[in-house]
Design a protein around this ligand. Structure first.
Ligand code: FAD
Length: 476
């Protein structure tokens, strides 16, 4: 009798422990993906991730077909879908890889109890993280709240295990009926705002592995020196592949092992430390589920956020008048991704210069990022806002002009995403509002017409932010 392998954010065949165990059991496998309703699991997918999911499911189905199988698609509450498929297929077991977001974990626990009561075999496996959140604990048995000791513990935890793509995948003679991917309408229609996504992304497991190889061969050697410069293609771009589990973090970790003969080891450690930030966010969210929605530091509950619809919309649309902020927000819109340094700058601008609640920014990123991830997104927003665990203090306020000048000195990044400033010379590329009229004229720019005037004066906004922060400072 078959075993159902329920795919979730692990859309891969390689290093998929649930799939591996199902194959090892010798039983035919029914690969299943369930589109759960918005209120289940991690909530509704953002629009950019819906685009990715469509292509990723297609890629997984194609990979399974090469083994003479296919992916069964079904939508509904997992308990109903599983119940139905078990009835129709005669399956005797359900395997999955664990998820760690609070609603997902709750659903899984509930399901496990329910299915076991019906004498089903239910097994769950690790795979989305390097180590289980229950494993890494401080010496007094509590979860880590500070990154550096967490990193040390992670480093000392040994190598995470990996398993290969099963050699022999057996499938049932007859599959339960599947819904069609097209009927899920995951792709944008009119307007097709995702039309530039394929310039940057190929969803799916094969592409994830190619990207990892390309990164190791061409960019890892300069990672630590270059990773902060958005104009350089210096980072791995693996984040959306990780978000959908098309490649496991353990596989990435393993691929960077034993390279120190050819690659200076500080780059390998630097890269692994970023994977560890992802891990840290997940462990935090697992132990402190409120992190996704509430201020970690509850003294921020009394923070004087502003309602600023105009400011928020200017920020979303990349029309703030600060080139580095606008370039970042437009990169996000065009490619569904933004460079980490610029995520920090744009987030700081929203939260501190505009004093808009971090949750609005988090929600916008969740809808527009292809790599949106409940743990990383919420933890990073709270890190910037100063309300998070081991966060950057609120009073550290990024100056968007100085940040731009430091990390995009030649303005390459700005020119790529804010073409109306293309001809402005380097001296003013990060502060067109300071440029003499003649310089603007030569570059074909009319402030307020072809490019916005700054929506706030940074120095004034900074003072305002500190005043508002002072009101809660003592408690924070
Ligand atoms: P690389 O530099 O190649 O790093 C490798 C991997 O390490 C990444 O794929 C990612 O999984 C992890 N990583 C890298 N930097 C961080 C970080 N600062 N925090 C946590 N993990 C990290 N990352 C997401 O995956 N999803 C999000 O929704 C998300 N939202 C963010 C929101 C804000 C406000 C900020 C400041 C950062 C956010 N990040 C998020 C973290 C980071 O920006 C991205 O992970 C990174 O830019 C992805 O690009 P990369 O794969 O080329 O990274």
């Amino acid at each position: 009798r078959p075993v159902i392998v329920w795919f979730r954010k692990d859309l891969r065949l390689d290093d998929n422990k649930a799939l591996h165990a199902a194959c090892a059991s010798g039983r035919p496998v029914i690969p299943l993906y369930i589109q759960e309703p918005g209120e289940d699991g991690t909530g509704p997918l953002g629009a950019a991730q819906a685009w990715w999911l469509h292509h990723s499911l297609h890629a997984l189905d194609t990979a399974l077909r090469k083994h003479d199988g296919k992916l069964v698609l079904a939508s509904g509450h997992a308990r109903n879908v599983l119940g139905d498929i078990i009835k129709r297929s005669g399956a005797e077991a359900v395997f999955w890889n664990r998820r760690y977001d609070p609603p997902g974990t709750a659903i899984d626990m509930h399901l496990k109890h329910g299915l076991e009561k019906q004498a089903m075999e239910v097994r769950s496996f690790a795979g989305q993280l390097l180590h289980e959140p229950t494993k890494l604990k401080t010496s007094d048995g509590t979860p880590y709240r500070v990154y550096t000791p967490f990193w040390r513990a992670l480093e000392e935890s040994g190598e995470p295990e990996t398993v290969d793509t099963p050699r022999h995948l057996r499938f049932p003679k007859q599959f339960p009926a599947s819904e069609t991917l097209a009927s899920w309408k995951l792709l944008p229609n009119k307007p097709n705002w995702a039309k530039s996504f394929p310039d940057m992304w190929t969803p799916g497991e094969a592409a994830a592995h190619e990207k990892l190889q390309d990164f190791i061969e061409n960019r890892l050697q300069d990672y630590s020196a270059d990773r902060d410069f958005p104009g350089k293609a210096a980072t791995s771009l693996l984040s959306p592949h990780l978000a959908f589990g098309e490649i496991s973090p353990a596989r990435i970790w393993e691929a960077t092992k034993g390279l120190s003969r050819s690659i200076p080891s500080d780059n390998i450690v630097g890269f692994r430390k970023e994977l560890a930030w992802r891990e840290f966010s997940y462990h935090l969210l697992f132990h402190f589920p409120e992190l996704a929605r509430d201020n970690w530091n509850d003294s921020f509950d009394g923070f004087g956020w502003r309602e600023d619809e105009d400011g928020f919309h200017a920020w979303c649309n990349g029309q703030t008048g600060y080139p580095i902020v606008d370039a970042g927000m437009r990169q996000l819109w065009r490619h569904g991704w933004m460079h980490n340094r610029v995520r920090m700058i744009t987030a700081s601008f929203l939260v501190k210069d505009l004093l808009v609640d971090w949750r609005r920014g988090e929600a916008w990123f969740r809808d527009t990022l292809v790599d949106a991830d409940h743990a990383n997104n919420a933890a990073s927003w709270q890190w910037v806002a100063g309300s998070g665990a081991d966060a950057s203090p609120f009073f550290r306020i990024f100056n968007p002009v100085l940040q731009g000048e430091k990390f995009d000195a030649g303005g390459d990044y700005i020119r790529q995403f804010v073409p109306e400033l293309e001809k402005l010379d380097d001296k003013y590329i990060h502060r067109p509002f300071d440029a003499p009229k003649s310089v603007l004229e030569n570059a074909g720019i009319t402030l307020g017409e072809t490019y916005p005037e700054p929506i706030v004066d940074h120095a004034t906004a900074r003072r305002r932010a500190l005043r508002v922060y002072n009101a809660i400072k003592d408690a924070a």
